[in-house]
Design a protein around this ligand. Structure first.
Ligand code: SAM
Length: 458
């Protein structure tokens, strides 16, 4: 692996950089695989992925290293959203949030650059049930994979949006926390993806730094006074890392947040050139993970006149009590939700979100909110796939536990051949995790797995 010499030269004076060790770890060809379990779906510790004594990712309560990379595609529990395959260093976001934010209170948190959803699924796992995560991706073609991963994660307190950072200025002083996992030059992932080396250039680093400033400048007005901004990249370049910290401190009234880091973790604390921002670097020769950078700030109270909160009203199509009664048997704690209709479908959202939703709807383009339950047709719910993989589904819904082979047949959208003595909608589960609906008919079983998500390889 030929690392760009200009990158190596640019890192020479940065704390923690050791040229020899850095080059060696890139040459070694070693690959690290790590996953983060979904605490919203872990019903027991019987998951196959959990069978051996897995090594813990030390800075994340749900993160584990796997001894080798299995075929995730051929694991039904992967499709059921019981875990997310995530690079270990970036799981440090959990520590950063836990050390800087009071998570016992309900908060509104924005993950601005969210696709494919690694940071968002992590955030959802640590916020309270009364907190809202807005998971945003500006690039239209990347919103689908984000929506898929959020759907599989199964939580009801997430809204997926497709907006440009500056659109969030319609929600001034709105968020308690904003996470900006910025698009960057990507040098931190060279070990995982050597092809990325060909796209790296000093010029691209400079362009990325400009874009990062633009994104941050656009989003800052929507952070509350006293709110926390977390900025991260997977680049080693100071221009995209510490220098962005310095720029932020000059351009905005923010204070840098120092984190407690266990020395054994191998994470390097640096201080930005102007001496103000405490930054955290992950070098793959020092941590068990890839290259990563993270820094946190608190927005100071400003004397700015706060804009009036809009009182947007939007006529949402509500359900009548008869329709709600049809839905309730499908849901766990049905009284905790409110329901809206979208086209033919009914969507469940946490009841505390009812007052908040009109402002969000009038400000942002919502791709998905809460959990889609399905359509009510002739006094019957035609259940949506989102409900099957959600964690609001009623445990007493008719279900059928299947082995791995059958689960994979189902996920390939093949015909399922099982003897059943019941008829109607049945939730298929594997290791107790919902994977989707089947409908048992008189002489066949219909497979309702979403066509666009089906497994294509054998
Ligand atoms: N946070 C994601 C995760 O953990 O799975 C990874 C995010 S990736 C590092 C950066 C994201 O920023 C990409 O999804 C990219 O499409 C998005 N992006 C690109 N240009 C952007 C811009 N101008 N403003 C905001 N986001 C942008």
């Amino acid at each position: 692996m030929n690392l760009p010499e200009s990158l190596i030269q640019s890192l020479q004076n940065i704390k923690g950089f050791n040229e020899e060790a850095f080059k060696e770890v890139h040459q070694s060809g070693g690959q690290i695989t790590s996953v983060r379990l979904n605490p919203g779906k872990i019903f027991n510790s019987q998951f196959p992925i959990f069978n051996s004594q897995l090594e813990k990712v030390q800075w994340n309560s749900n993160g584990y290293y796997l001894p080798e990379r299995p075929s995730f595609t051929l694991d039904p529990l992967f499709h059921a959203g019981t875990y997310y395959v995530q690079e270990a260093s970036s799981m440090f976001l959990e520590e950063t949030i836990k050390q800087t934010v009071d998570l016992s209170k309900p908060i509104k948190i924005l993950d601005l650059c969210a696709a494919p959803g690694g940071k968002s699924t992590l955030i959802q796992s640590i916020i309270s049930k009364e907190s809202l995560l807005i998971s945003n991706e500006v690039i239209k073609t990347r919103v689908n994979i984000l929506t898929e991963n959020i759907t599989k994660w199964g939580a009801v307190n997430v809204i997926v949006t497709n907006n440009d950072p500056k659109d969030f200025q319609r929600l001034p002083n709105y968020f308690d926390v904003i996470v900006v996992d910025a698009p960057c030059s990507g040098s931190g992932l060279f070990r995982k993806d050597p092809n990325a080396i060909n796209e790296w250039s000093e010029n691209n680093v400079a362009l990325c730094a400009q874009r990062q400033q633009r994104i941050l400048a656009d989003i800052m007005p929507s952070l509350k006074d006293g709110g926390v901004l977390i900025y991260s990249t997977c680049s080693y370049s100071q221009e995209e890392d510490e220098a962005i910290g310095d720029w932020l401190m000059e351009a905005f009234k923010v204070e840098s947040l120092k984190l407690k880091v266990d020395e054994a973790w191998g994470i390097v604390e640096t201080v930005s050139e102007n001496g103000d921002a405490f930054c955290y670097r992950f070098y793959p020769d020092k941590v068990k993970g890839e290259g990563f950078f993270i820094v946190g700030f608190r927005k100071k109270n400003s004397a700015e006149v706060k804009s009036q909160k809009s009182k947007a009203k939007r006529n949402v199509d509500k359900l009548n009590s008869k329709e709600i009664e049809i839905l309730k048997p499908y849901m766990y704690n049905g009284d905790d939700f409110f329901f809206i209709k979208q086209h033919d479908d009914v969507i469940a959202l946490p009841s505390w979100l009812e007052n908040e939703l009109p402002d969000i709807q009038s400000s942002l383009y919502i791709k998905k909110a809460g959990v889609r339950l399905g359509a009510i047709i002739r006094n019957e719910l035609i259940p949506a796939h989102d409900l099957a993989v959600s964690n609001i589904i009623n445990p007493s819904v008719a279900r059928l536990e299947v082995d791995k082979e059958t689960a994979l047949q189902y996920l390939r959208k093949e015909a399922i051949k099982i003897e059943l003595d019941t008829r109607g909608w049945i939730l298929l589960t594997h290791q107790q995790a919902g994977i989707g609906w089947i409908k048992a008919m008189q002489n066949r079983i219909n497979n309702y797995y979403p066509k666009e998500w089906r497994i294509l390889n054998k």
